[in-house]
Design a protein around this ligand. Sequence first.
Ligand code: NAP
Length: 244
Amino acid sequence: MGVLDGTTALITGGSRGIGRAICLRLAKYGAAIILHYHRNREAAEETAALIDGPVTLVQADLASAAEIEALFQSLAGRRLDLLINNAGVWKGSPVGSSPVELIDELLATNLKGPFLVTQAALPLLNDGARIVNISSVAGRTGVAGGRSLYGATKAAMDSLTRNWALELAPRRILVNAVAPGYITTDMTAAYLADPANLERALIRHPLGRLGTPEDIADVVAFLCSPDARFITGQSLNVSGGFVI
Ligand code: NAP
């Protein structure tokens, strides 16, 4: 018996990194998994193979409204209990030299996408469902490296979290966010391969290590569990003390 037995979870960006760990954790607790991916079908299949339970793979570029619409058409008739808005991109956007295409891509993938996904998911979500948004400490504090737009999209995710919690409370849908510090995934691999960047990142983590995808997945699973039944509108800082 798992605490999520009988539930169905849609995880965006479930193919790799934090999303993969979330899929595995929620499945371990009994949820049926709808695993969304973008380009990396092979990674999505690898994740699915690690899951002992029902898994459905769905594909979409979440920067595209048309692809989000098609994704939800393919889910017609399904019911959802858990929605994890995890997919995102981490790109530099130095103010003064960022092309409009890059600005559009960051806003579309990290902000417009989760908004449209959540909007499309609402008719499928059961009353009492849970939504967990993956934001970032970059939405709460300045981080060197010219990634202001990324930080802005993550601050926006925290704002969406607070406001959706109010909007969806009449349906008893709980909406929370998890804000990681540096987590070792494909997203940060190239950056952290530079010893100077790694040292800078470690200094920001008083607990003395960077985070793992499982550090985040465990907290997401908690927020999806009955134990978190009276928590809504919160963004939990899960960063080993990056921001205190
Ligand atoms: P990751 O390893 O780079 O994986 C990114 C995931 O997002 C993949 O599943 C990818 O799908 C999907 N994705 C990327 N662009 C997409 C698009 N246009 N449409 C649909 N899906 C797309 O990233 P991660 O480190 O696990 O990060 C997951 C979330 O945590 C992100 O929101 C990120 O901002 C946040 N976060 C990460 C860190 C960190 O240090 N890693 C820190 C704070 C917050 P494919 O596999 O198909 O490409």
